[in-house]
Design a protein. Sequence first.
Lengths: 338, 326
Amino acid sequence: MGFLGYLVRRLALALPTLFGVSLICFFLTYMLPGNPAMVKAGPFATPEHLAEMERAMGLDRSLPEQYYRYASGLLRGDLGESSATGRPVSEDFVQRLPATLELTFASLIIAIVIGIPLGVLSAVHRDTFIDHVGRVVGITGVAMPSFWTGLIFVYVFFYLLDVAPAPLGRLGAGITAPQHITGLYVVDSLLTGNWQTLRSSLFQLMLPAATLGFSVMAPVARMVRSTMLEILESDYVKAAWAAGLPRRTVIYGDALRNALIPVVTILGIVFGFLMAGNAVVESVFAWPGIGNYAVTALMTKDSGPIQSFVLFVAVLYVAVNLLVDLVYGLADPRIRLG
Amino acid sequence: MSDLLEIADLTVSFDSDAGEIQAVDHISLTIRAGEVVGLVGESGSGKSVTAFAILRLIRRPGRVKSGTIRFNGVDLGTLSEEEMRQIRGAKIALISQSPRTALNPVITVGRQIARLFELHGGLSARDAHRRMLEMLSLVRIPDPAKRAGQYAHQLSGGMCQRVMIAMALATSPQLLIADEPTTGLDVSIAARILDLLRELGAKTGAAILLITHDLGVVAETADRVVVMHAGQVVESAPVRTLFHQPAHPYTRALVRSIPRVDRTVTMEPIPGAVPSLLDPPPGCRYAERCGWVSERCRIARPPLTRVVADHEVACYGFEERRDAAG
């Protein structure tokens, strides 16, 4: 059994969570003011027409029945329709998801690549200038709302310094999208050897990814710092010094390897935070992802996309944290899976 | 035997908010090549601090305030950090207290030993692996190939300590510092670990500095004993002399406090506690607990003086009594 049994059990445990999420999403829509049938039928519908529409949409049924119809629709991949685009939400989602994923991964990479070394340095040089700088940068990142950071970045790097492109989507003017393979422009243009597109997509990605990465870098750095501080005082690190291992090996091998275990957990939380944080930052940078889509829907009271966005982020959050637990077992031999 | 390690006038202090804590106060001790020296004292007497000072691993807020440590005639204080690193683990090895927590939890025990062969012996990964398996058999770990691939949490306490010993001996050090090597092990396993240490020490010619609070451990293992009290060396003698003719009142009390089954003498605990090391008084730090105390003990610290060859004691009371008798 072992790993497989563990996996099955964890998946089974995720089901109640997903059920709860779908309930909340359903009631969220139910509680929204306004009659969806009236919206759909238009302002000139006759009462008969409206009743007909309500029946067609199932709004005349009992609440549990309506939930059943909604939930079974979800299971078939039916997320409802967007009244703004007139298309099924699932189609809009599939089209926009790669943009969001690309931005999320890029921000996560920035958070890891800067956050982990920053945390290590802060711990090794505890209470020195380096530690204080790390703390200030971290607190600033957490304290500033990301739309504000984004606006400042745009103002400084695009408007004042002119080193960044205009915040207008995933590609510069006149650049065509790469052949669709994964939907991530950076990856696709790399795979097809389309250097001009690669350059442009990286360039466009730079500021929004930095904005999001900056907001989540701090929790990563703080977590690394605090666990590193503890581990640097541990018996096995003292033993490693006493064994004459080089400084680099002791800090980045013996100590950091142990410090990264709790960081994996933080990354799961950070990922969820990024997915939700996307919404605002995508709006600032006109990034055509699902966050931007949800914000637009929110302004036009288009319930389908909003509901689906909430549901999607929640499902993704559950999935990522499941993945984190599985990875945890690989990173820490003390955890016996199964 | 020539002197392998020579500690002269070593003082280590720790800065705290309340003031300076003198953990080790002007101690001197010598270890000859191949010798087993027991360093004995209660908790907080500065034994482990001395061990870390030898390896030059005292870190903030601690610092070495005075003294020299010579190893093979070389003043370790004059070496660069890189030169010192090449001595640690290779020439002077440490077996820490609490074997389980001294092994890295996410690196297999085999790898932790093998990498020392690569680092200090310059061996290839393959040769290092082979030598690691030899070491594990040498410390009598059954089924070395299987154990090598395991992690510390999968081994028993005694097994972890054997791994620590294998690590320490991997590079054939000249000096092995064993800091309370039997803490947390039950009596029979502790005895076997001590036998193993002594046997392997003799086989490889390594001198051993055996740090312990347990005189029983010293009696079985050491050639010579150095007794510390509150950061000071109070007596140093060959093991038999120490047990049969202890000179310092503290040593006498320690010997009397060993529980015995072969005599009907009642065990006597030592009165009082180790004094605070925060701004300690100038005189003998045992004065407040001592039955022989006189006025001069509180004013000036008694120097280590020779009783007979190889037996030294730091006590005014002992000198007075000896002079009166002689």
